[in-house]
Design a protein. Sequence first.
Length: 878
Amino acid sequence: MKSSEIRKTFIEYFKSKGHEVVASASLVPRGDPTLLFTNAGMVRFKPVFLGDEESPYKRAVSCQKCLRAGGKHSDIENVGHTKRHHTFFEMLGNFSFGDYFKEKAIEYAWELLTGVFQISKDKLYVSIYEEDDEAERLWQEKTGLSLSRIVRLSAKDNFWQMADTGPCGPCSEIIIDQGPDAGCGKETCKVGCDCDRFLELWNLVFMQFNRDEFGTLTPLPKPSIDTGMGIERISAVLQGKNNNFDSDIFKEIISSIEANTGVTYGESPDTDASIRVIADHIRAISFLIVEGIMPSNEGRGYVLRRILRRAGRHARLLGKEGPLLYRLTDPVVTSLKGVYPELEEERETVVKVIRFEEERFGKTLEQGMLLMDSLIGSLRASKKTIIPGQEVFRLYDTYGFPLDLARDIAMDLGFSIDEDGFHMAMSIQRERARASWVGEETALSSIYRELISETGKTEFLGYETTESDAVIKAILKAGNVVKELSVGEEGEVFLNKTTFYGESGGQIGDTGVIYSDTFKADVLDTKSPLDSFISHHIKLRKGTLQVWMKVRCSVDIDKRHAIMRNHTATHLLQSALRATLGEHVKQAGSFVGSDRLRFDFTHFSSLGRDELNVVEDMVNSWILQNHPVNVLEMDIKDALSSGAIALFGERYGERVRTITVPGVSMELCGGTHVRATGDIGAFRILGEGSVSSGIRRIEAITGKQTIAYMREKEDELLKIALLVKSPDAPLEKVRALIEELRELQKEKEKAKGVAVKDISTEVVKKAREISGIKVVSEKVDGLSQKDLRALADSIRDRLGSCVIVLASVTDNQASFLSMVTGDLTKKLSADKILREVAKMTGGRGGGKPELAQGGTKDINALDTAINRVYDIVKTVKS
Ligand code: SER
């Protein structure tokens, strides 16, 4: 029976017994903070069991997607090493909500297994909770099982609970004896043993209690039934396999792993374990991404990341260096899309996310694995089995190699990690970092703290106006407090109030002038070293500037307007990105200047021109709609509950300033903005790129810059048209030129081919016969590595069985190539010959027994090395 038929038979059986067929719920339990993932079929019915919700039906049957990885219910470490553990699996289950209880549950399960699925009764055992006399009696009465096949086990095995709190109860498991060959062979092996012989097939939970956070059990309103049978196990059993991975469920996935790695399943226990890990993990990975979970460093995203990395590590153990996992999603989708159509819908995202994460983590993984290997090697040599925590921390700190992966590797090889030592090293380093940061911060801001305590805060008037009167409260010159500045000098000036915006929140400071009747100073930049304290970096152009002078401040309006356009556009850009790419887009940084804006955000892959166009069009349509930009102060609670976007990790006060474009955007922000979106004029994205893993960056321009940009591009095009002398159709002309160039290159290659043949004729003449082997060892100048290869091929075609070593000098560097025909590789290796030649010349190289390549920067010993080849061949015994 195929697994799809098993699924169907199970559902049909219970449907015929009056059960409502319920589709699988999501892998992420909705509104249940007690659980990271759905780990059983009953999870979605929790409120019904507890009596908090009324169910329209009293009986249900389902096939539920489950994940046991991360949190308390994790099987991840076992996966690959046993025949029966999985991270992702499907659970078949029937449920009674206060309807039937133990008796019927036992009857149904027994009839389905022995009657419908035809499993021999002689192979079956059951386990019961040690205090459950009723279950023992019912099993005897209803199935005729003898007492010797009913085993009492403790709460550890036979009392089921979904989490620390929630519905729970004694349970009874139906166990199949897979025969002594499947087991550990120990004398003590019996029902309850951890090995694969006595396989738990179906768990019948007699739901009777609710456990609260203090551990107290309260009886449920109505005793209920929750059962669960993993489809992977029952499929293997019915297909006569004693390993889940040999069932039809994993067949295509394993074939795909074989095809992509060149490793055959069944070759060796080690590679088999890796194949099983990958086959299991790729299903979990695909289903998690389908749920909208992205690899990250916390919560569910971290579980996904961990599974991905673990699978990636095993791919490397199979000798696969580049990304592999993303290629394996097809068989997962194909086999299960009928049951879970969401797999097909999200296929592309799944591939993209996996590939991105694989590429991102590949290097770290390789370096980390190498270092772990050498670490373990040296411990082994000194007969130790515990890896010092500090070493693992160094791996983590320097290469980002995660602890749990190190733990995985250690476990596989029979080692353990001193985790206390790891955490100790981590906290020492944190403390050190904190201490040095505090030190720096104090030195930097202490002078400003002193000043602000004397002068008071700066009142900022720049939201409403760009011009105002003010009084100079303090002056700093080269970091020291002074009373005045004279013409030509630079310094920092602090006023009682100002229209200049101090750089903060990504928005740059203003420029402009501060002046009076007696002096004039250019404001080069303004910063905000402390909250509500603005420093004007000035250069005095005329007169003398003194503390307590009355001055006038005037911000460069053109520049400020450009900044405002960019700032409001940044908000619109964020909204457009969230609308286009999804709510996972979060601001990770921004720069709002006068000539451009930059927005960094979380997203897993690069954006194509099409996506960028959609985003750009969206922002421009909001600009054209000329929405008002409203500024409102409100309580942080109100702002957040109205959906305002806050910066992650930023601490806000009780009262916050919100910038709202009705229906489009609402953000907490202290920056300066245009009054209506139409003021932005136009918006153009210049480019998109990666900042760091999982963070993308968009650069864009607005207002006048867009015109300047378009003009510049048009000028460039015009110049190209003039250059290719085709004012009307420059594109066609450039295409034709490229085509012409290609043709010329082809001809050149052809000519080179002829030349190589000529050289080869010459070289072949110089072939010597040594110990019965034809040897060519020659220097031919001016050839590239590729040409050398062509030359060697041509020589070999002429000579047949032979050894060829060629060296070519170009730009005072030499390339080498050595070739040994297949019939001679038992006696001579191209790789070894090349290494020797390279060594003699202080160069490097290597390859395979038939072909090797290399080079050197030192050409002095070249002739000697080339001649040495004949000696090497001489040493061969014929
Ligand atoms: N909830 C039980 C289990 O997971 C039966 O479904 O084993």
